[in-house]
Structure formats: structure tokens, C-alpha cells
Design a protein around this ligand. Structure first.
Ligand code: NAD
Length: 362
């Protein structure tokens, strides 16, 4: 993509130009590279408002330059708080015009999951890099379309799995790779909270709601990242204690995973129960994380006395800075679309298993 090429060239501090007057002369001149990537947030709900916009102020490589919203009443608030230029404000209808806006390099999709695919594809077609929140999308087909659109348009795609940028999570991933305690035998992981809302997209099937996609992916990631393997079969069961609210989607999902090495995982997720931990039992030891998937303060310990407790000022700022660096350097994203897809493959199998009350092979 021309845009991407321009960023790389600017980064090298070299602009090669030829003039009509001297068609055979090509020379190099210096031009300041773009110091920061301009980010536009799409969807100004809780996560954009409370976490991402404040975190963008802490980044070194990014700048909050644009917003895309269907709520005009939010515009003056965001303009005043973050100094957003009028020309960088879009709604869902005129969003595609962002293609012509050089202030915006990255579009961060922070909408209900059912809208992730559409806005990722539109952003990619506009020639912008895409950061998309988890869960990547409700279906494998959506995820594949998102990956393809970004490939076709030569832009990068990252999924907002902030935890993978957290050194505390990276610490247990390393144990899974280096195996100081031998093979993983059993994982227990859980991610849930009590959601008291009664009419939110998280309770709406069409919008991509359900505990599994929202919080369950943290429990699933715990098992996948601790083993470094992909599950080969799943067995799942869902239930609700509030059928008046959770009649379209599950309030709670319990799922078991089997991995190629023989490791097994028992995972739970819920919109009715506060849970946030990971326990890994190896052949010769154990590792525990609690909390495991919080915005901050994730920490743990191992059976040999090693503690996991690295300070991290802002997961989201680190995530966006690292993703911006990868874009500047044309390197792979730490959490690319393919990683989001790996989870959704398992999530689809979990739903199939719960619906049919059977083991589903992957
Ligand atoms: P939210 O409900 O607070 O915000 C959603 C936004 O989408 C709102 O601004 C809303 O106006 C807009 N929207 C546009 N069309 C809509 C429609 N048809 N129905 C409902 N809303 C619509 O949700 P949120 O908690 O900010 O979550 C947004 C995304 O961010 C989700 O994918 C969620 O999983 C993700 N998220 C990630 C984290 C994380 O830790 N990585 C944390 C919270 C949320």
C-alpha cells in the first residue's frame, strides 16, 4: 500500500524524488519521518472511553487523531478532551472517506463483535492498518475475511489481546515453552465477572454477545498460552441463573480442552460469577496466576518459589506502542489476526459441543 510504503520511507528519513526538469536525476533529501501513528477509534463506548483513549495519551508512538461514532452528542466531549480536529471525525456512513485522510494511519475497531468484520474490512479497503478488539468476530468465516482483506490491501491486522503484551503473561508462556517442570498435565482457568446490565449487546446473540466470546477467550487463552498448543477436542456445557436476561446467549460456559501432548484443561467463564485465575499443573511442579487477565496487577507464583510480578504501567499503552513499532518497522504484529482466529475456531467448537452435548474434535 502506498501509505505503508510512505511511512517506511519517511522512517528511513529518505525521500527519493525526481523532477520534470531533470528527469534522469534522482536524489535523496531528508524529511522528518512521521514520529507517531495517528489512531482513530471506532466506537466510543466503555473500552474506548475509559481505557484506550487515556492509554493513547501515555503512548510514545501513537496519537489519538480521529474518532468514528454514531453518537453525535459524544463529539464535543471528545473534541474538547482530546483536541480532535473536525476533519478527523466520522460517522458510520461517511467512515470510508477516511481513506483520504493522511492524519489517520491506524483504525482501532472497538465495536460489538458482530461489527468487527465489517469495520475491519472497510478500514483495510481504506488502506489503514487495523487494530481490532477481541473477540475477533463471532465466526471463523468472519475472521478469515478480515485476515484476507488486510492481506489484500497490504495493511497489518492486530487483535487487542492486551494480556499478551503483559510481561506477567509472557512469563508463564515462557514456562510453557522451556518446560522447567516437564510437560503440562492439567490447566484450570477462569475468567468472569458479574454483569448487572439487562439490555446490552453482551446479552444479544446477533451482536456477538455471550460470556464465551467476551470473557471466555481469556480462560481459553490461558490454556492455549500455557501449553503453547492448540486443542484437539472440546466438551462444553452452558447454563444461566438469570434466564430472563440470558435467554439468547449463555451467562456461564464451562469447557474442557484436550491438547495433542495429552494435557487437559478445565475452563470456566461467566457474566454471573467473578473469577480470574489460571493454574497449571506440570509433571514436576505448578504455576498459579491470580489475577490472570486483569488490566493491571496480574501476578503469580511457581512451585520452585519463583514469583511472577512485573510492573506494567498500562497494558493498553504498551500494546499500542508495540503494535505501532511493528508497523513502523514492517514487522509481524505480536497478536495478529491469525491468533484471533485460533481462538474463534475453538469458540465455535465450544458452542457446537454445548448445543449438541457432545465432544467436538478440532
Ligand atoms: P460498549 O457497549 O461500552 O461500547 C460499544 C460501542 O459501540 C458504543 O459506543 C456503541 O454506541 C457502539 N455501537 C455501534 N453500533 C452498535 C450497536 N448496534 N449496538 C451496540 N453498540 C453499538 O462496549 P465495550 O465494552 O466498549 O466493548 C467494545 C469492544 O471492546 C468489544 O469487542 C469488547 O469485547 C472489547 N473490549 C475489550 C476489552 C479488553 O480488555 N481488551 C475490554 C472491554 C471491551
Amino acid at each position: 500500500m502506498e501509505k505503508q510504503r510512505r511511512i517506511f520511507i519517511q522512517q528511513a528519513g529518505i525521500v527519493v524524488a525526481a523532477t520534470a526538469l531533470a528527469p534522469n536525476v534522482v536524489w535523496a533529501t531528508t524529511k522528518p519521518r512521521k514520529e507517531k501513528l495517528g489512531v482513530a477509534l471506532v466506537g466510543l463506548g466503555y473500552y474506548s472511553t475509559d481505557l484506550l483513549a487515556p492509554a493513547l495519551q501515555l503512548t510514545k508512538n501513537c496519537e489519538l487523531k480521529g474518532i468514528v461514532t454514531g453518537s453525535p452528542e459524544k463529539i464535543p466531549v471528545w473534541k474538547e478532551k482530546y483536541g480532535i480536529d473536525d476533519k478527523n471525525i466520522y460517522n458510520y456512513e461517511n467512515f470510508d472517506r477516511i481513506a483520504n485522510n493522511d492524519d489517520i494511519d491506524v483504525i482501532y475497531v472497538v465495536l460489538p463483535p458482530s461489527m468487527h468484520a465489517e469495520y475491519t474490512v472497510r478500514a483495510a479497503k481504506a488502506g489503514k492498518h487495523v487494530w481490532c478488539e477481541k473477540p475477533m468476530a463471532p465466526s471463523v468465516a468472519d475472521c478469515e475475511a478480515m485476515i484476507k482483506a488486510c492481506k489484500d490491501n497490504k495493511v497489518k491486522l492486530a487483535i487487542g489481546y492486551r494480556c499478551q503484551h503483559d510481561p506477567n503473561i509472557q512469563a508463564y508462556m515462557k514456562v510453557g515453552k522451556e518446560r522447567p517442570f516437564g510437560k503440562v498435565k492439567m490447566i484450570t482457568s477462569a475468567a468472569g465477572y458479574f454483569d448487572g446490565r439487562t439490555n446490552h449487546w453482551k446479552q444479544n446473540k446477533k451482536l456477538g454477545g455471550g460470556a464465551m466470546g467476551d470473557m471466555g477467550v481469556y480462560a481459553l487463552q490461558g490454556a492455549r498460552l500455557a501449553t503453547g498448543e492448540e486443542p484437539i477436542s472440546v466438551l462444553a456445557q452452558s447454563f444461566t441463573t438469570r434466564p430472563a436476561i440470558y435467554h439468547e446467549v449463555e451467562e456461564t460456559m464451562m469447557f474442557q480442552l484436550e491438547f495433542p501432548s495429552g494435557a487437559r484443561a478445565a475452563c470456566h467463564t461467566s457474566f454471573g460469577i467473578q473469577m480470574n485465575y489460571l493454574q497449571v499443573n506440570y509433571e514436576k511442579g505448578w504455576l498459579k496466576m491470580e489475577p490472570h487477565s486483569s488490566y493491571g496487577g496480574n501476578k503469580g507464583s511457581m512451585s520452585n518459589g519463583t514469583l511472577i510480578n512485573f510492573p506494567i504501567a498500562s497494558q493498553q499503552a504498551k500494546q499500542m506502542d508495540e503494535d505501532a513499532t511493528a508497523i513502523f518497522n514492517d514487522q509481524p504484529m505480536l497478536v495478529p489476526g491469525e491468533e484471533g482466529l485460533r481462538d474463534i475456531r475453538v469458540v465455535e467448537a465450544i458452542y457446537k459441543s454445548a448445543a449438541n452435548n457432545c465432544v467436538v474434535k478440532l
